[in-house]
Design a protein around this ligand. Sequence first.
Ligand SMILES: *Cc1c(COP(=O)(O)O)cnc(C)c1O
Length: 696
Amino acid sequence: MKKVVLFNVGPAIPAELGFLETLANNLWWCWNSDAIELFRRIDPRLWTQTGHNPIVFLNSLPQKKLQALTNDDGFLTHLQQITDRFDAEVLHGRDGKEAVPPRDAVAYFSMEYGIHESVRLYSGGLGCLAGDHLKAASDINTPLVAVGLLYRQGYFQQYLNKDGWQQEAYPENQFHHLPIRKACHADKNQVIISIKLPEGPLKAAIWQLDVGRVPVYLLDTNIPDNPPDLRKITCHLYEGDRKCRLRQELLLGVGGFKALIALGYEPPVCHMNEGHAAFLSLARIGHLVNDLGISLPAALEIMPRTDVFTTHTPVPAGNEAFSVELLRPHLAALHADIAVDPEEVIRWGQSPNSGNGHEFQMTILGLRMAQFCNGVSRLHGVVARKMWTHLWPDKPEDEIPISHITNGVHVSSWLSPDNLALFDRYLGPGWWDNPGTDEILDRIVLIPNEELWRAHELGRSRLVRAARELGEKQYNARNATKAEVAQMRTVLRHDVLTIGFARRFAAYKRANLLLKDPARFEALLTNKDRPIQIIFAGKAHPADDVGKELIRQLVVFAHRPAVRQRIVFLEDYDIQLARYLVQGVDVWLNTPRRPQEASGTSGMKACVNGALHLSCLDGWWDEGYSPDCGWAIGHGEDYENAEYQDAVESQALYNLLENEVAPSFYDRQEGDLSSVWLEMMKMSLRQHLANSPLAA
Ligand SMILES: *Cc1c(COP(=O)(O)O)cnc(C)c1O
């Protein structure tokens, strides 16, 4: 990866439109529909072609077009409205001047951030949660600064070969296409931090990405100051090479904390989003001792009281561990910076009864470093307390200091434009600020059925169209036959009960549960009076052949002539595809093997758009389910035998689809609308708007 000098060859933005550049450089626009519309209306086709990336979009506009806008009164009025809102919501009415977070803002550390599809610094749920968290913090004006890594390539792009086997591509992130700028000292020089590795210093340049009022500071090691092998450290998200991965996490935690100090922050509280970020605690201890002159015993008292740790999964592969042999020399190199003896740190990352084990676990370090620890749903809290009991041998399980905060979603990032207009109209102007009050929620039943259904059908139609377009493109790229490509152009129907299933293809999520009895599945899809269609999407981890095999099986099934019109697998699940899906499906399906789904959030995104949730009682659904607003697969049983569990739960799922879901959907009286379904939609909306305040 060589460094290239970049020239801006785009058009000059006329002075009257200067705010467009400001807007393009703060991701605030991506959750404000009026701001999105400001870009889109300039040239809707180009907006799509440029991947909803306003920087690329503005650079691609002909000068003539921009000039014409300066005489377009309607556009200028719209521009002024957005300018005023941006000023009030982001700049605190500081009249165009940047609002700087206070020195004592809370710091949030995460390996990934899923904010918008045009900023590929995420892989999935963990990142989307972090992104939603930042947006919510900006909305409610909570002083927060965030820290992450700036990946040259990010996570992989997925495509399938002819046989349905997943392939991975790693396109480069073009930094000049990202809304980032150099984070600078007062003297205007970019902040460069350095951490010690066994073979010498590792340096990182700091960039700033603005998410409304929240700055995200991103570390980049691809700079000439580093030798070539160290420059690669921030190349891939979730790098497979263990040494590189360890260095990424040391960089995030220790380097990230140093960056905040270099930028003038003194965070009173730090949040570790998952174990990857846990090394930040070591940097905090070092800072308290070395810079603030506090004794080590006192630092060890202060630090955990002001650290927060969120654990996100009970699945072992999700809980990062490093070999002690790999870690030890790295801690030795950092000794002066972290002020703690390496052997002591190694003990912090191990279970007390593991003796001198060879594994160092990042989750254990996180749990030890923070007095406030949480799982991400009520059930996950229970599971996590049980899972980590061995760290507190003298405490009973229910006193293990891990509580739970159920995940949430940032509603305005996921709500369809039609639902937004509907809610604005019927829930009253204040719904946005107080979505959970009874007064607002009571108005949901007053939304006329026809209008709710119309808004929902628009979302479904957009999904069908997007699926056809994406499908056609993907089949073309796969060198499919002409007939296959043509078939994708008409796949799915606009009026058929539509189910969405999209998530990482990990074995425990059981994407193939519906394939247990292929004949029965086929019969459900092709039922003459009550057909069902289903859209699948999701990536398998590059090293996970079991997950890739699940994708292949689905693709093979989808080629059966009888079901071709009713089932599609769409490649490269990302935030854009997620938006189409959660805004367009009638039912969101989730089939995890309880209790391995810590929370899950995509179902919540679908539910705020009026979809109904159909899931095993795992993750958030274990506490969210009620029979008047969705369906439960099984009764929350825990099974010893996975094969038996799959057999029982697949039959339960077929039965629900056949006897409850499809009959309710197609129960059309009253001028073609299903009042049963609409009533459930309203109950579900009520529950999810109540439980999804702006704060994620
Ligand atoms: C919301 C979201 C996820 C999270 O999915 P869950 O499996 O429900 O946790 C993953 N990927 C994308 C692109 C998302 O938008």
